[in-house]
Ligand binder design. Sequence first.
Ligand SMILES: Nc1ncnc2c1ncn2[C@@H]1O[C@H](COP(=O)(O)OP(=O)(O)O)[C@@H](O)[C@H]1O
Ligand SMILES: [Mg+2]
Length: 248
Amino acid sequence: MSMTGRFAIVGPEMEDFETPDLAFCQKPPRRKPFLTMLSTPDSLARTVGDLDFERGELLGVSNQGEVRRFQIDGLDVAIKQPKGRGLAWTLRAASLKHEYKAYQRLRGLAGLPVCHGLFPGPRLVLNFVEGQALRDAAIAREDPYFTALLALIRALHDRGVAHGDLKRKANLLVDLQGRPVILDFGTATLHKPGRHPVNQRLFRLIEQTDLNAWVKLKYGGYQGLSEEDRRLLKRTGVERWLGRLRRR
Ligand SMILES: Nc1ncnc2c1ncn2[C@@H]1O[C@H](COP(=O)(O)OP(=O)(O)O)[C@@H](O)[C@H]1O
Ligand SMILES: [Mg+2]
């Protein structure tokens, strides 16, 4: 986060804005100091800020918060907001900010929802993606879906984002053309360039976890793998331990 006078700027660094307009800035609210610079048009920011969140169609609830669908400013959007109060709320809000950072790194990549921004609330606004949850779609392992998903996972990694929660099928959609869409970057690991050995080691580990998740999604487990796919799989000690724990 960078600071300009009394205004905290969230997300993209100043140079990422095509036309930085300080009129979009608001005085930082006390409890939410980082949610103050709006990187998308004023009207959308106002509409999102004024929304009665409970009125949106519920798409998902988790420990993190809720996702609801709205039609606003001619857009069909899924809005995610943290739940709870106090420290729990603060941690969830931080995770939403982290998710926003991941979306910024991935801007322009096909295979994820377009992100319109992080607005006071905090509210993360994404395009709603029409399709089916992967867990409800019967996709054969020979389906091009899995080849496209592997290419998408590698594209995320090339941008310095390792997802880390791809074994959860609720985080994957099949769009209307049968293509993969990845959601939920709240726990993604972002690669830090320069000398950050701990971060970079963790990043490599999570990259591998994503590849292992791809194998598991394709085969429904770790049996019957083709020679080529077997070469991708390198289960980490933690994954084996968690697998054993789940089987008990
Ligand atoms: N952009 C979107 N388009 C369509 N459905 C979405 C979108 N974002 C989230 N969802 C739905 O909401 C659910 C929860 O979203 P997710 O980002 O995984 O939140 P959580 O952090 O609560 O797991 C998803 O499993 C999916 O069904
Ligand atoms: Mg999720």
